[in-house]
Ligand binder design. Structure first.
Ligand code: UD1
Ligand code: UDP
Length: 388
């Protein structure tokens, strides 16, 4: 089976890593890794290939930054001849970035079956560009690997036929479990001089938070008020650009309780999340990682696709509301130990740590049985049709 995987942003490399490890060692698979280069700074891309021991991509599309249309269209234009040349039997895309949608659309229009890893997540808010990418990718894929029960339910409710869906579990969960020792070996706390101090970790990069002066300045004001603990803030390049443009970077630099850094490596990030009193973020992956590692999370969004983290009491939504951010972070810090104890004791909704194995197994089964095709949907298996 010739399997092409398309990745291009930081979290995709992380969620793809356990799959890449299996696929590149599988004698029944001719594995082709394509990198769009939507993310290109060393700290946003290559560092993860190095840390996670991943093979170099065989093709780099060199797409870089741009508007949504520009980026999505450029990836499609550049990947079409690659698909034409490499003739994959299946294209695997992951998550919800522009790279995900562009890879899926280009492939399916060339009648190459698409498998979507991390399918079925919904925030039910199309003003988030990621939601548009998720919905459209799911609806043009031939196989949908849903990380959770809720994700399966979402796909069913949109009429995706049952036979196209597998509740695989979450490959990011697999990845965390595989690297717990590396996380313990991280020296980041010493490097930042916070080994014996309580701290929280903060990340922000969603367009709705950082591209608007009003929202970013409210977030900055909240950070300035949260003086009770040290704040570690690895800054996404998009956010750094805006902090400079809006003249907010100086304010953060002047605050002695705030340590801003470049984006950090994966093991360092997990160590920060694990040892923090609380996490304040708008990231999708980090909400989940905080939950898995037992750290209370405060999420600067009005909706989340990772609903289990809320339902199971590990996460709370605060938008970009300065007062709410301060209130909920203080509450999380004060109750951190109790929340950690509870989160670590409950079963995780992300599978058994073998999502990657299940996905590879299932893809091979579908391919070798001849069922992996772009063609008419089998109507009698539609989710809501009555049984034949
Ligand atoms: C993208 C994804 C988002 C994901 C995030 C992970 C889309 C629509 N968004 O958002 O779902 O959560 O990646 O981090 O696909 N930049 C650099 N260097 C880099 C990369 C980006 O300087 O290596 C700067 C550029 O100014 C660029 C901006 O960051 O314009 C935004 O990058 P982009 O890839 O468009 O979106 P992200 O915010 O990273
Ligand atoms: N991450 C990292 N270093 C950082 C920030 C994030 O390694 O400085 C990791 C984080 O642990 C998680 C993933 O990147 O695995 C999340 O990526 P991001 O927040 O950029 O995207 P999202 O998950 O929101 O799509």
């Amino acid at each position: 089976m010739r399997l092409m995987m398309v990745v291009g942003v930081r979290p995709q490399v992380i969620k793809a890593a356990p799959l890449i490890d299996l696929l590149s060692r599988d004698s029944e698979v001719d594995f082709q890794l394509v990198y769009s280069r939507q993310h290109y700074d060393y700290e946003m891309s290559k560092v993860f290939f190095n840390e996670l021991n991943l093979p170099d991509p065989i093709v780099n599309l060199e797409v870089g930054s741009g508007s949504h249309a520009e980026q999505t269209a450029n990836i499609m234009l550049r990947i079409e001849p690659v698909i034409e040349k490499l003739k994959p039997d299946v294209v695997v895309v992951l998550g919800d970035a522009n790279t995900t949608l562009a890879g899926a659309l280009a492939a399916v229009k060339m009648r190459i079956p698409v498998a979507h890893v991390e399918a079925g997540l919904r925030s039910w808010d199309l003003s988030m560009p990621e939601e548009v990418n998720r919905v459209l990718t799911d609806h043009c894929s031939q196989v949908l690997y849903a990380p959770t029960k809720v994700a399966v339910r979402n796909l069913r409710s949109e009429g995706i036929p049952e036979y196209m869906i597998l509740q695989s579990g979450d490959t990011m969960y697999d990845s965390i479990l595989r690297h717990l020792k590396d996380v313990e070996s991280s020296k980041i706390l010493d490097e930042l001089g916070i080994s014996d101090e309580p701290f929280i970790v903060v990340t922000a990069h969603r367009a709705e938070n950082v591209d608007f002066f009003d929202n970013l300045s409210k977030i900055v004001s909240a950070l300035l008020k949260l003086r009770r603990v040290k704040i570690i803030f690895p800054v996404h390049p998009r956010t750094m650009k805006r902090l400079v443009e809006f003249d907010l970077k100086r304010k953060l630099e002047k605050a002695s309780h705030i340590i801003m850094t470049k984006p950090v490596g994966y093991f360092d990030m997990l160590r920060l999340i694990k040892d923090a009193k609380a996490v304040l973020t708008d990231s999708g992956g980090i909400q989940k990682e905080a939950f898995i590692l037992g750290t209370p999370c405060v999420t600067m969004r009005s909706r989340t696709e990772w609903v289990e983290t809320i339902m199971l009491g590990g996460n709370v939504l605060v938008g970009a509301d300065e007062r709410l951010i301060v209130k909920e972070v203080m509450h999380a810090i004060s109750n951190s130990d109790a929340i950690e104890k509870r989160l670590l004791s409950i079963p995780k909704p992300y599978g058994d740590g073998c999502a990657s194995e299940k996905i590879v197994e299932d893809l091979k089964k579908r391919y070798f049985s001849g069922e992996l095709k772009v063609g008419p949907i089998k109507p009698f298996q539609m989710a809501f049709s009555s049984k034949p």
